[in-house]
Design a protein around this ligand. Sequence first.
Ligand SMILES: C[S@@+](CC[C@H](N)C(=O)[O-])C[C@H]1O[C@@H](n2cnc3c(N)ncnc32)[C@H](O)[C@@H]1O
Length: 243
Amino acid sequence: MDQAPRQDPPAAAAAAGVLPRAIRSFVRREGRITLAQEDALQRLWPRYGVEPGGAPLVPAALFGRRAPLAVEIGFGSGDHLLASALARPDTDFLGIEVHRPGVGRVLQQLEQLDLGNVRVLCADAVEVLRELLPPGEADEVVIFFPDPWPKTRHHKRRLIQPEFARTLARALRPGGRLRLATDWADYARQMLEVMSAEPLFANAAAAGGAIPRPADRPLTRFESRGLRLGHQVSDFEFIRRSP
Ligand SMILES: C[S@@+](CC[C@H](N)C(=O)[O-])C[C@H]1O[C@@H](n2cnc3c(N)ncnc32)[C@H](O)[C@@H]1O
C-alpha cells in the first residue's frame, strides 16, 4: 500500500495558490470515516483522484480520451454519479465533493465496478469551476440537493447565487445543461429566480418552472429524508445559451 504522507487535498489546493473564499457553501466536518473508506482514499486516490494544482484541468489528459464531460458537484454518497457513469460509458464524469468519507465510499465502488470514466476531486467546487476548469469544457453540470442552509442568516452560503450562476455559465459549452434539484421550497424559489435572471441560461421547462422528476435521478438519503418530512422536491434544467 502507498504509505506516502497524505496532505489534505484542500490544504494542497491552498498551497498551490487556489484563492481562499470568504464564504463557503460547506463546513468541513469530517464525521465518521470507516477503515475501508480510509483505505480506499489511500490506495485508490492515485487511480481516480485529481489533485487541484494551479494549472487548468485538462479532461482529455485526466481520462485519456476525448468524450463529453459531465461534472457533478456535491455528489455525497455518489449514487447518481456511479449510476450515470455505469449507464453512460461514452461520457466522462468529474465528481467534486468536499466530504472525505463520501469520496472514500465512491472510490471503493469505482474499484468494485471497474469504472474508467470517473475522476474525483476533493475540493471546493466553486474554486474548481472558477479557477481550474477551462471555459466551455463541461457538457453537463449536476447539483442535486445542495445544502439548503435554511436559516436566513446562512442563505449567503447557498451555492446557487448570481455569481456562481455566471461561473456555471462559463464552465458549460453553449447547448450544455445544468441540472438542479432541491427539497426546500424556499431554495427552489431562489434557484428559479437566480437562474432565470442569468441571461446565459434558458429554462428547459416550456412553462419556465420546474421539470418532471428525471428518471435517471436515484432516490438518495437526502431526498428520502426530505420526503419523510413532507417536503416537495423540485427539479430544474437550464440550457447554456450561445453568447
Ligand atoms: C445535502 S448533500 C447532497 C448529496 C447528494 N448530491 C445527494 O443528492 O444525495 C450536499 C453535498 O454537497 C457537498 N458540498 C457542499 N458544498 C460543496 C462545494 N462547494 N464543493 C463540493 N461539494 C460541496 C457537501 O459536502 C454534501 O455532501
